[in-house]
Write a protein that binds this ligand. Structure first.
Ligand SMILES: [Fe+2]
Ligand SMILES: [Fe+2]
Length: 140
């Protein structure tokens, strides 16, 4: 498959730790896509572990920065975890290529998810972490 290519202009959200996780996601997707049959389970395991941490961290940020209506974002993560679990099951059951095939879907998912739901979370974090401008009452 064609590689998922990180593009700063498209993918960087100016949100340090989140951008770091997204860069790692891109690397792991590409490693899985290019894995041999012998390496496939190892790279699928690494991607699964990454996604658990990555999504758990974003869920913590949603709470910490009071993201409105986080349900759709959380559901989008859950759907990816379900796809990863299914690919894992299929691979363990002897269906070679299950992990590699999933990378096409996950690459398309990442293009959509990172530029919409993650971008909205990053925006919320940037807004909320700005010092509040407090009006100073004129002293009469
Ligand atoms: Fe993300
Ligand atoms: Fe996300």
């Amino acid at each position: 498959m064609s590689k998922l290519v990180w593009q700063n202009s498209r993918h960087a959200l100016q949100a340090g730790a989140m951008d770091g996780a997204h860069r790692e996601f891109v690397v792991l997707i590409n490693q899985l896509a290019e894995a041999s049959d012998q390496e496939e389970l190892h790279h699928l395991n690494r991607l699964q572990a990454h996604c658990e941490d990555h999504f758990a961290q974003e869920a913590r940020w949603m709470q910490l920065f009071s993201l409105p209506n986080p349900e759709k974002h959380l559901r989008d993560h859950d759907e990816v975890m379900a796809l990863l679990r299914q690919a894992h099951e299929d691979l363990r059951g002897g269906k070679a290529g299950s992990g590699r095939e999933l990378t096409e879907t996950l690459a398309r998912w990442f293009e959509r998810h990172s530029t919409t739901l993650d971008a909205a979370l990053a925006f919320q974090m940037q807004q909320t972490s700005q010092p509040k401008c407090v009006g100073i009452a004129a002293v009469g």
